[in-house]
Ligand binder design. Structure first.
Ligand code: AMP
Length: 312
């Protein structure tokens, strides 16, 4: 598979890399890490990245302007995105060939070539594996981006998806000279507004007898605390620090009154719940969308059922 992908890359002069909406460090690390990797190893090619520049992560990576004409005869690679509806920049199908590289459950197969490895901690780990196995040259910039992606998706090596292979790859990336401590600080620190929201989450967390937890963040609360929907990425792991909590949902109200529901679990999968409610994701980290207060209740009841099953 790795050779097939490398051969395809060699065939094309222009390569455009996409990733999912609402990008996180792994989406950006894999997307821009791959861009820099290909630029370094194929300097004669035009390698571009497109999508929304997430202000919270602009320190990590910024997007470029890609013209419609650039897609003519181009190879498009999509990283870290399970399904086409979540691909940021809908022109991903305008190229001549399409490659999917992802580590989410392969619920929707797309692309002419599809490399999906659900055992990988992150898509950035897959890109690093590809580079190392294919003997491509890396540098400090590339290592920094891929390392950031791996740290992001493993919660700094906390989640079960962290494997011996993850550490092996990280050890190799760490041999490059990048500001390791600065990156760790950057990824670990939050604005004071977020720190206050963390206080709110602990104060208002509802936990049932089996360890199913929820917190609801209304639009008025987000305004009061001066935070955006994207900022909730900084607090989504917070309920899991409570030892009695087994799984949880962070219900974030959107301007149109619907809810983005960020679901997490320590033991039993919750991605089937996400799939039943307009979403998907990993077994222990998924996202759903809810269109009414009744649906919010329904989602919480389903979380409670999973927590009850985990308690048996
Ligand atoms: P988040 O809560 O946004 O950090 O998402 C956790 C995981 O679930 C990530 O791997 C996302 O890619 C995935 N995910 C979030 N929302 C959705 C959605 N609406 N559809 C499919 N996957 C999602």
């Amino acid at each position: 598979m790795l050779e097939t992908i490398l051969d395809k890359i060699k065939e094309y002069q222009t390569i455009i890399i996409h990733r999912h909406m609402r990008p996180d460090p792994d989406a950006l690390g894999s997307q821009v890490g791959l861009q820099r990797l290909l630029q370094k190893n194929f300097p004669e090619k035009a390698i571009k990245v497109t999508g929304y520049t997430e202000p919270n992560l602009a320190w990590l990576a910024q997007m470029e302007t890609v013209a419609d004409e650039d897609y003519q005869g181009a190879l498009v690679i999509v990283t870290d995105t399970a399904n086409q509806a979540r691909i940021d920049d809908k022109r991903y199908d305008q190229g001549e060939a399409l490659i999917k590289i992802d580590h989410h459950p392969n619920d929707e197969v797309y692309g002419d070539i599809s490399w999906v490895d659900t055992s990988a901690s992150s898509c950035s780990e897959m890109i690093a594996h590809f580079a190392l196995e294919m003997g491509l040259d890396l540098d400090s910039d590339i290592a920094y981006l891929l390392y950031a992606g791996i740290v992001g998706d493993t919660g700094r090596f906390l989640y079960p998806a962290t494997t011996a292979k993850t550490f092996d790859i990280v050890a190799k990336l760490r041999q490059y000279d990048f500001d390791f401590a600065g990156l760790s600080r950057q990824m670990d620190s939050v604005d004071y507004t977020i720190a206050k929201l963390i206080g709110y989450v602990y104060d208002h967390l509802e936990v049932d007898g089996n360890g199913a937890a929820r917190v609801i963040l209304s639009q008025s609360l987000l305004k009061e605390y001066g935070i955006t929907d994207a900022d909730t990425a900084f607090i989504v792991g917070v309920p899991g620090r409570v030892n009695t909590v087994k799984n949880w949902g962070v219900f974030v109200e959107q301007p149109d009154g619907s809810y983005r529901v960020r679901l997490r679990s320590k033991f039993l999968p919750i991605n089937e719940i996400a799939k039943r409610h307009h979403g998907g994701g990993h077994p222990l980290a998924s996202g759903a969308n809810s269109y009414s207060l009744e649906e919010n209740e329904q989602i919480y009841q389903e979380l409670q059922q999973v927590a009850a099953d985990a308690s048996k």
